[in-house]
Design a binder for this molecule. Structure first.
Ligand code: FAD
Length: 480
């Protein structure tokens, strides 16, 4: 656990207040996947819920995403006869983070991600399936990435907002959380929101769920907690300003893993489309504009962006082939890139060097290294193991890509029920957090991120937060 030191001053300004003109049982802040899961699960528990979202049109990082969710022990996995369990997922998280993550949060995610994806399928009628193109990789030791075939994050969030409407959850758009009140016991008692006409309103709440996303759009916080990204390109939602983290810390909450993030190495230039990892998993490689390899593309899905942006001119080529394109065409992104004629085509190594304008001898050397590694069953010169894998071959495809910061992984310290925890280890009564707003399970830096964990934490912790908020309000209402 660590403290945002510069918040100490602000923290002393927290106002205690327990009386308001009106009080809403549960308020959820943020209309992304986390907020929707929280609001829908609280409502299903019988609570009255209000969801507020600062934007007039809810979009969030969720809508920018590919809509893939890691989850273990789902009915979709069982139907596809895929072996997985909460224990295996937990072990994967601990191994990927070299034991440097919070085991309580890891356990909560491992155990509740499967039931949450089942709940999304059954309660919210979003037909998730296991993405069989997303083979076990980058820390997921099983087929565990789920998606809604043919649909990405925008459709996912659109449908979640339809479900809010179907289930009678009140939603206020264009309203921004600006402050939180606590009562004399330190429990959450109310909030202030800024409204679209510039006015502000204060009202009470029984419980508050912070689902405001991370802080990747906040340049000051990024420079402080992940200085290596101070000047990096950002490819996430502008609403991720760290509001929920700052306001939670102001109440005395601890924060954790603030230097942790997901970068991504395959943002196409100029289209700005994220190439799905399947292109690398199936054998794609990255080549810089000198025709050289520079990173083991199978190792660190999030941190690879640092090596990419460090290459000459800050961009590289994703080189794959016709077969990989065919395999990846089920993804919206590869389909769209193909429709845009974005991939360069080449029928030989010489013409690939020509088309990419890279030195042909160096490119030939890079491919000779791959052939040698494959034939000798040794890793190649950047450490990638090709055993049982196919090398890319003519007819080649290539996309110009660069690296960017996508979303942060540090945030408010929570327990296994998504309750926000103070620096002394006690829970702040009535305060819950999830998704980008909460500490995730990616360890202290970039290298611990497991694919599809962003939405896993959003929906799983969102659901736990909603259930926890409903139980908390019910408990508060019981006669003493
Ligand atoms: C290009 C891209 C692709 C990705 N693909 C995947 C993927 O396929 N799988 C995966 O697991 N992860 C993916 N991620 C990460 C994933 O999208 C996020 O981890 C996840 O969407 C976070 O959900 P959230 O609900 O916490 O935040 P968000 O979806 O960002 O929602 C937070 C909401 O809170 C609102 N808000 C913020 N502050 C306030 C305030 N003060 N008052 C009121 N409202 C506020 C924001 O406007 C926003 O709408 C991707 C990320 C990017 C950028």
């Amino acid at each position: 656990m660590e403290l945002i030191g510069w918040l100490w001053q602000e923290r002393t300004m927290t106002r205690a207040r327990s009386s308001f003109d009106y009080t809403i049982p549960i308020v959820v802040v943020g209309g992304g996947a986390c907020g929707c899961a929280a609001a829908l699960s609280a409502k299903a528990s019988g609570s009255e819920v209000l969801l507020i979202e600062q934007d007039e049109h809810p979009y969030g990082t969720t809508s920018m995403s590919q809509g893939m969710i890691a989850a273990a022990g789902t009915k979709a996995q069982q139907a596809a006869e895929l072996d997985d369990s909460a224990e295996t997922f937990f072990n994967d998280i601990m191994e990927k983070t070299q034991g440097q993550t919070d085991p309580v949060i890891a356990r909560a995610l491992a155990e509740n991600s499967g039931p949450t994806v089942d709940w999304l399928t059954e309660h919210c009628e979003i037909p998730f399936e296991v993405d069989l193109g997303f083979k076990p990789s980058y820390g997921n030791s099983r087929y565990r990435v789920h998606g809604w075939p043919g649909h990405g994050g925008e459709d996912l969030l659109g449908l979640l907002h339809r479900r809010l409407d179907d289930h009678g959850v009140d939603v206020m758009l264009g309203c921004k959380l600006t402050d939180i009140f606590t009562d004399e016991t330190g429990a959450v008692s109310g909030l202030t929101i800024a409204q679209p006409d510039g006015s502000s309103e204060e009202f009470g709440c029984g419980a508050l769920v912070l689902a405001c996303g991370g802080f990747a759009a906040n340049e000051e916080m990024v420079a402080k907690h992940m200085p290596e990204l101070a000047h990096a390109r950002y490819n996430g939602h502008e609403g991720c300003n760290g509001d929920g983290i700052r306001l939670g810390a102001k109440l005395g909450a601890a924060v954790g893993d603030m230097g942790s993030y997901q970068g991504y190495a395959m943002l196409t230039d100029p289209q700005g489309i994220s190439v799905p990892p399947v292109a690398l998993i199936e054998g794609g490689i990255l080549i810089n504009n000198q025709g050289e390899r520079f990173v083991d593309e199978s190792k660190d899905i999030a941190g690879m962006m640092l090596q990419v942006v460090a290459q000459p001119d800050g961009y590289v080529w994703l080189v794959y082939d016709e077969k990989i394109e065919e395999i990846s065409l089920y993804t919206n992104e590869i389909k769209e890139l193909k429709q845009l004629n974005a991939p360069k085509h080449a029928d030989s190594l010489e013409s690939l060097a020509d088309v990419l304008n890279v030195p042909s001898a160096a490119l030939a050397g890079s491919f000779a290294d791959l052939e040698r590694a494959k034939s000798e069953s040794n890793p190649d010169s950047v450490g990638r193991d090709w055993a049982g894998k196919r090398l890319p071959q003519a007819s080649f495809r290539a996309l110009k890509v660069t690296g960017a910061l996508y979303h942060t992984q540090g945030g408010l310290q929570i327990d296994g029920e998504a309750r926000v925890i103070r620096t002394d280890g006690t829970a702040i009564g009535g305060l819950f957090a999830g998704g980008g707003n909460a500490r995730s399970v990616s360890g202290p830096a970039h290298w611990g991120y497991i694919p599809a964990m962003g939405l896993c934490t959003a929906v799983t912790l969102g659901r736990l937060a909603g259930l926890g908020a409903a139980a908390y309000c019910e408990h508060q209402a019981e006669p003493a």
